[in-house]
Design a protein around this ligand. Structure first.
Ligand code: PMP
Length: 322
């Protein structure tokens, strides 16, 4: 709906200083999930390579496989989960069609540095690839940081597809309102795929999200501040329970090491956790290809997009489980 496409264009200008034409450079999708799927199906042909960061959001591998592409992961290592520039350079070749990045990052909460995004865009130019950035956690960033959108970096024009969603910012995941912004020729290629995936989605929700995007800065600041408080509550509780925990820069996930508690296999630990403590965590290995899981074996992703009482109760239970 024009009202939402216009609000998305205003949002890109207001927060990121990026100008987009609401009629030619914006596409509303059924969540970021459809934006990702339609983008990969639009650009990836059989045998084309897609470079991603690993661990990574699980829909990436699935859609790359559906498109017939080859998945080329670049590892993110604990505790900082930042990609190594040389490993990334080596992964991008003339076979690369898409460089798919996610910042702030699910599952690790890491944020990519501007210099890394610049390198990705430079490599995309050199190898005639495109950069797709999944920025669904763009407003969920902590400790005074600001998100760096790839579209605002030098050389981005015509090379970058930016994907986001109302789901995280407004806690409306089930509404499935996402979007992408990109130069007209890129946007049109994705539109051609969306046409036959869903044609249209969430019409009654679209004007509501348009209103949300125009909310004052105080809304965005208080959303991040509330979540930051919950992050710190969860971290303190997990540490008190004996986990090793690193502090994420963004997203709503914390990575906890269960090894200090004697659980070297987080997969087995997470399967027992509902029974042991009535708490659910996801082993980080679920976000990693089976062949490369060893370095992540004892790590668990916990989410803090929960009420304060729920976080307190969960960490209390984890502290008394044994
Ligand atoms: N990308 C990432 C990194 C996510 O974590 C999620 C939600 N878990 C999505 C995309 C999907 O977003 P949506 O609900 O808008 O489809």
């Amino acid at each position: 709906m024009p009202v939402l496409r216009e609000a998305i264009a205003r949002h890109q200008r207001r927060f990121w200083g990026v100008e987009v034409d609401p009629d030619r450079e914006v596409l509303v999708t059924a969540g970021a999930t459809e934006a990702l799927a339609a983008t990969l199906l639009a650009f990836v042909d059989r045998g084309d390579e897609v470079v991603t960061l690993e661990p990574g959001y699980d829909s990436y591998g699935a859609i790359i496989a559906l498109a017939g592409g080859r998945h080329v992961p670049v590892p993110l290592r604990a505790p900082h989960f930042q990609p190594d520039a040389d490993e990334f350079r080596a992964a991008v070749t003339d076979r690369t069609r898409v460089i798919l990045l996610n910042t702030p990052h699910n599952p690790t909460g890491a944020m990519l540095e501007p210099a890394f995004l610049d390198l990705a865009i430079e490599l995309a130019h050199r190898h005639d690839a495109i950069v797709v950035t999944d920025e669904v956690y763009e407003h969920l960033v902590f400790d005074g940081r600001t998100h760096t959108p790839s579209a605002a970096r030098p050389g981005a024009s015509g090379r970058v597809v930016s994907i986001s969603s109302a789901g995280k910012t407004f806690s409306t995941t089930g509404w499935k309102i996402g979007w992408l912004t990109a130069a007209p020729e890129l946007r049109d290629a994705v539109l051609a795929v969306k046409q036959f995936l869903s044609y249209v989605n969430g019409a009654p929700f679209q004007p509501a999200i348009a209103l949300g995007l125009d909310l004052p800065d105080t809304f965005y600041a208080s959303t991040a501040a509330t979540l930051q408080h919950k992050r710190d509550l969860l971290i303190d509780g997990l540490r008190a329970a004996g986990f090793g925990v690193s502090r994420p820069a963004g997203s709503y996930f914390v990575i906890a090491d269960a090894a200090p508690l004697g659980h070297a296999d987080a997969g087995a630990f997470c399967r027992r956790l509902p029974e042991l403590a009535g708490v659910v965590g996801i082993p980080l290995t679920a976000f990693v290809h089976p062949d490369r899981r060893a370095p992540y074996a004892s790590l668990v992703r916990f989410a803090f997009c929960k009420r304060v009482e729920v976080i307190e109760e969960a960490t209390r239970r984890l502290g008394t489980m044994r």
